[in-house]
Design a binder for this molecule. Structure first.
Ligand code: ADP
Ligand code: MG
Length: 474
């Protein structure tokens, strides 16, 4: 009995259904139509180039098995890909792709894990209105203050923005803690690219939104337009990729889009709240892609950079703020930039409500609500860290045997503060400073007291340090 393509394909589907999950079956196999059968070659119609690539990457073995079960070891598969779904007047335009031997040993050609992503076919192009970029025009490089904390990330960002897809920073991966400027930076890149070239389709999307769009697409049987949209992006910005963790299907889709765009010279920019090596729950093959380009981190801005950020923000709002207030705020808020902005906003609000000028008194009052006195819970580690930062020397040096004058002074100051703020015994304090004995601590406490009496500059520094120690955001 001569079989028809429909019955062969139905048998194939029955087999496939027993091998793949229900959702995958619905998504990737139900939309396929059997078009023809000639000798031992069956032709199936798939809705898009992407669809074809996806099948070839993920299901090549399964397809081979079922086709050969039906048509014997000579069994072959050809794809007919709908390139343009056409209109009433025009028939759909299709190309036929034989699934065959690029590689002599494997007549099914492509390796399933490393598909060639050459896409010579035109996709349905998006009209301008569908090209929403999701960018916030307020984020630019000009208002992204440079400091040691972000120098590499910022300059890589500028390089990428000037030549998207051309530098070796592809993908560009920015990582750093919350509120340190990841979104600002990646959006600044996007805005710059858009300004330089209107034709470059920039898309900013959070990984969460990408995930939702993808799941909606699966639910509504809309994978085709989802992928059609993403494959046309020229500069793809994915924010907070850590949210992809554990979402296998979404990662697969993203992996595929990533490969396609990357191979076509498109720029990919990503952000994450931790270093790629710490991204648990992300597939290794995806993580290895991230390493192809450049990974740059963002740190908490140092004191001077925080001052510059405050001044820049106040200037942008047209608000005058005295230097001592800028200094006080930069000093007190050392958690992240978003929090620093929050404090500035409440300071402005307080000034408006009370119809007063912004001054140190008001700044202190404003901060009082969010700052708590840590006197009772201050520990040796915290004192060492604070003193180290203040004198710009490392905690190791404080504990070390070094006799350099500036280190000796800093060490004595730290010991003095430990005596003043903690309940540690002299012996215990000595122990925490590299195992010194209690007489060294007594000597340190005495020397610092003496210096405060005779040197007013030194006494002021001690006051600054105490102020800093007591100020810590909750
Ligand atoms: P993240 O995405 O890392 O959580 P954001 O990019 O949302 O952080 O930054 C938080 C806020 O801090 C934003 O309003 C941003 O404009 C501001 N900010 C962060 N870094 C800088 C910087 N270097 N210069 C100016 N503003 C900054
Ligand atoms: Mg962000």
């Amino acid at each position: 009995m001569v079989k028809s393509e429909v019955s062969v394909w139905e048998d194939c589907l029955r087999f496939i259904k027993s091998q793949v999950g229900e959702q995958s079956f619905k998504t990737w196999f139900e939309p396929i139509k059997a078009l023809g059968l000639k000798e031992s070659t069956i032709t199936i119609q798939v809705p898009s180039q992407f669809f074809y690539e996806y099948l070839e990457e993920h299901y090549v073995h399964l397809l081979r098995e079922c086709v050969q079960n039906q048509l014997g070891s000579e069994g072959k598969l050809e794809y007919s890909v709908i390139v343009d779904s056409g209109s009433v007047q025009n028939q759909p335009y299709m190309v036929t792709l034989p699934n065959q031997n690029k590689n002599q040993n494997n007549k099914w050609g492509r390796q399933p894990t490393e598909p060639e992503m050459i896409n010579p076919f035109k996709m349905q192009s998006l009209d301008k209105d569908s090209r929403y970029s999701n960018l916030n025009p307020n984020y630019d490089f000009e208002n992204y203050i440079e400091g040691d904390c972000n120098r590499l990330a910022r300059s890589a960002g500028i390089a990428v923005a000037e030549k998207p897809g051309i530098t070796s920073f592809n993908p560009l991966m920015i990582y750093g803690g919350v509120g340190l400027g990841k979104t600002h930076l990646v959006q600044a890149i996007g805005n710059t690219v858009s300004q330089h070239s209107e034709d470059n389709f920039v898309l900013y999307v959070s990984s969460e939104k990408f995930t939702t769009q993808f799941t909606d697409a699966i639910r509504n049987n809309n994978i085709q337009s989802f992928t059609n949209f993403y494959l046309q992006v020229d500069t793809l910005i994915i924010d907070d990729v850590q949210f992809f963790a554990g979402k296998e299907k979404t990662q697969e889709m993203f992996f595929h889009i990533f490969n396609h765009l990357h191979q076509n010279g498109k720029q990919i920019i990503m952000s994450s709240d931790r270093a790629p090596r710490d991204l648990k729950g992300l597939q290794d093959r995806l993580l290895s892609r991230f390493k192809w380009g450049l990974t740059a981190d963002l740190q908490m801005p140092d004191f001077e950079t925080r001052m510059a950020i405050i001044m820049r923000k106040m200037e942008a709002d047209g608000i005058d703020i005295p230097d001592d207030v800028v200094e006080y705020l930069a000093y007190s808020v050392d958690t992240n930039v978003r929090e620093l902005e929050g404090v500035l906003i409440s300071l402005i609000a307080h000034a408006m409500l009370n119809k007063t000028e912004i001054n140190l008194e008001l700044a202190k009052q404003t901060l009082k609500n969010i700052v708590h006195d840590i006197e009772s819970e201050v520990g040796v580690d915290y004192i060492q860290k604070t003193v180290g930062e203040f004198f710009q020397i490392s905690v190791e040096d404080l504990k070390d045997k070094t006799r350099k004058k500036e280190i000796v002074i800093a060490r004595q100051v730290a010991m003095h503060l430990c005596k003043e703020y903690t309940n540690h015994s002299l012996k215990s304090i000595g122990y925490h400073f590299g195992g010194r004995d209690h007489s060294t601590v007594i000597h340190a406490v005495q020397s610092v007291s003496d210096m405060m009496d005779i040197d007013s500059k030194f006494a002021n520094s001690m006051d600054e340090l105490r102020k800093k120690m007591k100020m810590k955001l909750v």
